[in-house]
Design a protein around this ligand. Structure first.
Ligand code: HSE
Length: 420
């Protein structure tokens, strides 16, 4: 279906919705026009007169003239109802709702196939960075070794302001909210969920594997404390919230989100404030680095405009790599070198979880361990001691196969005398 004349039904007129309205006014070449705007709250003051708004979603969903639905609302469940109804009604959809897409990706792919309509969501990952279309179109699954990056603008803003400019965490978070970077529930940002949703979408387009949010481990920045900030400062490191996805030699994929020490030789070191950065590492091209504003009204609206424009030449995601590989690597076979800070009261419990301990430190209140641990043991510690610990990645330990780890674990148990 050619959509030369795009008639848009817009859901949501918050920070990004208004940004889109403004940007569309300035995008002369694009034959796209917002016909109807649907919002939830009838009493809210808005930048346009009330006559511009409707409050019943069916006015857009049942309007045969509207051929594109742009969904920019906050509530992921309501967004899924709107997006799935629009696809069923044969309307192309553009969405920026990473939570909704991550929670329903398999279903959304099926709906696109059944009703033969596109759903585009470049704005859902890293706002202004054109990363989804690049992963989808440019990188071959077999040759793409890893993607690694800062995919959440709010946490990067908070970390930049607290570490480099000594602002308190609370003030930096408040600023991120005032600037329209943070989610309306900022726990999604600071606890690493927003980054996890984005990583899930990136993994689908990078490797053709659609997983559930609970399959990807995420740690946030909310527990970072004085000891790890001091450790970073002494060693000339920064701390960034980093999303990792990489292909293992046996074809499995690993993915997780975790705060990480970044040295000044790392490309992410200079990605500060609200900027996002993604490094794609592929077999022959080596490293390619995408950087740009990762949150805010206009950077996000720019990606929405790009998707609207792509619809005018009939672009859609083909999900060509889908099912190219069939699984994530098991947590037991992912090994990370981490810095674990803990309250002193819990110290004796932790050493047994590590495969190897490289460094330890104690003061009167707390201590830290730097060492190698499996992701499954890390999850166990995190689940039990969320409030009393803080975890920062030092490096990812890549191993050839899951089998080699089984051997390592067995050898370790033999050494410990627990398996003869
Ligand atoms: N809250 C998100 C962020 C908005 O800070 O990155 C952009 O997706």
């Amino acid at each position: 279906m050619k959509r030369n004349e795009l008639k848009i039904g817009l859901f949501g007129f918050g920070c990004v919705g208004y940004g889109l309205y403004e940007v569309l006014q300035r995008t002369q070449g694009l034959k796209a026009q917002i016909k109807t705007i649907c919002v939830k709250n009838e009493n809210k003051q808005r930048q346009l007169p009330d006559s511009h708004f409707v409050y019943d979603k069916d006015i857009i969903l049942n309007d045969p003239e509207i051929n594109v639905v742009v969904e920019l609302i906050d509530d992921a469940d309501a967004a899924f109802d709107i997006v799935s109804a629009a696809l069923r009604n044969g309307k192309a959809v553009v969405s920026a709702n990473k939570k909704m897409i991550a929670e329903h990706l398999s279903e959304l792919i099926k709906l696109q196939q059944i009703y033969n309509v596109p759903l585009l969501y470049e704005a859902a990952c890293c706002a202004s960075l054109p990363i989804i279309r690049n992963l989808e179109e440019y990188y071959d699954n077999d040759l793409l070794e890893s993607i690694e990056g800062i995919v959440n603008g709010s946490t990067n803003y908070i970390l930049t302001k607290t570490i480099a400019e000594n602002l308190s965490y609370e003030i930096a978070l408040k600023q991120a909210q005032e600037k329209g970077f943070a989610e309306s529930n900022p726990r999604l940002d600071v606890e690493g969920y927003d980054a996890k949703y984005k990583l899930l979408i990136l993994i689908a387009h990078a490797y053709g594997i659609v997983v559930k949010p609970e399959d990807i481990f995420n740690l946030g920045i909310q527990n970072l404390g004085v000891l790890e900030l001091k450790y970073a400062k002494e060693k000339g490191l920064k701390i960034k919230l980093v999303a990792h996805a990489y292909k293992n030699a046996d074809g499995s994929v690993s993915g997780f989100v975790i705060p990480q020490f970044i040295s000044n030789t790392h490309q992410l070191f200079h990605v500060d404030d609200v900027f996002n950065g993604i490094i794609a590492q592929s077999c022959f091209a080596d490293k390619q680095f995408f950087v740009g504003k990762g949150a805010g009204a206009f950077p996000t609206a720019s990606a929405v405009i790009s998707d609207i424009s792509a619809l005018s030449y009939d672009y859609r995601y083909e999900y060509k790599k889908l099912n190219a590989v069939d699984r994530l690597r098991s947590d037991k076979a992912i090994y990370l070198k981490i810095f674990l800070r803990y309250d002193l009261a819990y110290s004796p419990e932790f050493t047994a979880y590590f495969e190897e301990i490289n460094e330890t430190y104690l003061n009167k209140d707390s201590g830290y361990i730097v060492g190698i641990i499996s992701l499954s043991n890390l999850k166990t510690i995190h689940a039990r001691k969320i409030a009393e610990t803080s975890i920062v990645l030092v490096e990812v330990i890549q191993l050839e196969t899951e089998q080699s780890l089984v051997t390592i674990e067995k050898e370790k148990r033999v050494l410990n005398g627990t398996l003869i």
